[in-house]
Design a protein around this ligand. Structure first.
Ligand code: GLY
Ligand code: MN
Ligand code: MN
Length: 466
């Protein structure tokens, strides 16, 4: 599959839309490249998502200045020895034509342009200290590194953050095309992982097959791949463990297109190729929760209610298995869901896997809404009323986390209605999460990641095929 490229007109339209929303000038930087041990041995460069949204190309050190009704790109001038080390770089006039920009100018002219921009130049903070230091020096004011929580209300930076959120929270047609492509290719990586599991001795062999498949489709990692037989460690980063028949393998792997658009998929499969009866029972419980939640990704639905649907469906299925006793409403009331499903049901997805979280909770929590205080619910990253064009993940799970099961402050309210003897029969299920990417539309939800096998029958068939 050849990845689609967004038309240059899509980026020009986004820049015009931003200009129309701004009251004053703004600077959006690609970010500084990061060196390992010396300048030319650099980490792979990943431009800021706001910059990618507006230009579609990652130019290290470049920045877009929005002022006087137009967008100008300031970029490092090609160096004389680029032709030798990096290949001939596009000239400024080539960049201007390729990206339909008003002007492309050398970085050295940026400071003067900032001074002449006609007011305080707004910008957005970054997690990366080198990029923040660069912004501070160009804008002649302190731009602190850190998440968007640092943006003070009522400042030009705050207005810029709100303008970017307004543009990026609902995806335009070019973005949806990118998200579909990332999702389809990432689904292929999961099929490759399922196939590579037969005969694998370690997690890293399966991870390699999945990452290799992403690269074969020209995708980079959208986040650090999680490929582990210890799925109960929610963001398990290493791939060192041996895998054995009887284990479940959890793979949370997604790629991003060269324009930066992400996929985020989790699948779980049995190392042996066949789910045990106990694994099957819990998998079906999580799948029921996930499908009930996906069905609610519809226009106008409050995302927090989708989280509640997933939790309630899971509790009900675990009650049917005898792990919980008593009435479902009472169990839910007492926080039963979070004992096994201690995180939120998902988040916004776009150019970043947790899209717009660099701006804190501003994008994902509607004004007046705050994170719930209760354990589990407080990790809910999103609480908007869904609108067509929003993409979200739906990712409930079931985890036996020893620290949670031993914590009376979490399990106490459920008490003896958690039947630990029944639970002990499910010891071969440490962690299950099932995660899809879902686009809210005017009609039925569009599951972008539907090509990744999900039913038990589909997973066992994929693992058996070569
Ligand atoms: N891959 C990280 C997450 O699912 O949120
Ligand atoms: Mn996710
Ligand atoms: Mn994920």
């Amino acid at each position: 599959m050849l990845l689609p490229r967004s038309p240059v007109t899509a980026f020009a339209a986004r820049r015009s839309a931003l200009l129309a929303r701004l009251d004053g000038p703004a600077l959006l930087a690609a970010g500084q490249p990061q060196a390992r041990n010396f300048r030319n041995n650099s980490h792979p460069f990943r431009a800021s998502s706001h910059f990618l949204y507006l230009l579609g190309a990652a130019i290290p050190g470049a920045a877009l200045l929005f002022a006087h009704g137009e967008a100008q790109l300031f970029a490092p001038a090609p160096e004389p020895d680029d032709a030798l080390w990096h290949g001939v770089q596009p000239s400024f006039s080539e960049l201007q034509a390729t990206h339909a920009l008003a002007a492309v100018r050398p970085l050295e002219e940026l400071q003067d342009a900032v001074r002449d921009a006609g007011g305080t130049v707004a910008t957005l903070p970054t997690e990366d200290a080198a990029s923040s230091a660069w912004l501070s020096s160009v804008l002649a004011r302190r731009v602190l590194p850190g998440t968007g929580h640092a943006i003070a209300e009522g400042t030009p930076d705050h207005a810029l953050a709100l303008a970017m959120i307004a543009l990026r929270v609902r995806h335009d047609a070019a973005a949806v095309t990118q998200l579909r492509a990332a999702a389809e290719a990432s689904a292929q990586a999961h099929i490759a992982g399922m196939r590579a599991t037969r005969g694998a001795k370690h997690e890293f062999e399966i991870a390699a097959a999945m990452i290799g498949e992403l690269r074969r489709h020209h995708l980079d990692d959208a986040y650090s791949p999680i490929v582990t037989v210890h799925g109960e460690v929610l963001h398990n980063r290493g791939h060192d463990n041996a895998v054995a028949a009887g284990d479940l393998l959890l793979a949370d792997v997604g790629g991003e297109t060269p324009e930066g658009w992400a996929a985020d998929i989790t699948r779980v499969w049995p190392v042996s190729g066949t789910f045990s009866p106990t694994q099957r029972a819990i998998y079906e419980a999580v799948l029921a929760a996930q499908e009930a939640a996906i069905a609610r990704v519809t226009k106008g639905t409050r995302y927090r209610d989708i989280h509640a649907t997933a939790g309630r469906t899971l509790v009900s299925a675990l009650r049917d298995l005898g792990i919980f006793k008593g009435d479902v409403d009472g169990l839910v009331e007492r926080g039963a869901a979070a004992i096994f499903f201690p995180h939120g049901v998902g988040h916004l997805l776009g150019l970043d896997v947790h899209d717009l979280e660099d701006l804190g909770d501003r994008a994902a929590y509607a004004p007046g809404r705050v994170r719930p205080a209760r354990f589990g619910d407080r990790y809910l990253r999103l609480d908007l009323d869904l609108e067509p064009g929003m993409a979200v993940t739906i990712e409930p799970g079931f985890y036996q986390v020893p620290a949670i099961l031993a914590d009376a402050s979490i399990t106490g309210a459920v008490g003896a209605d958690l039947d630990r003897d029944v639970l002990a029969r499910y010891a071969d299920v440490r962690g299950i999460r099932i995660e899809d990417d879902v686009l809210c539309t005017d009609g039925a939800p569009e599951v972008l990641t539907r090509a990744a096998p999900k039913s038990i029958a589909a997973i066992e068939a994929a693992m058996a095929s070569q």
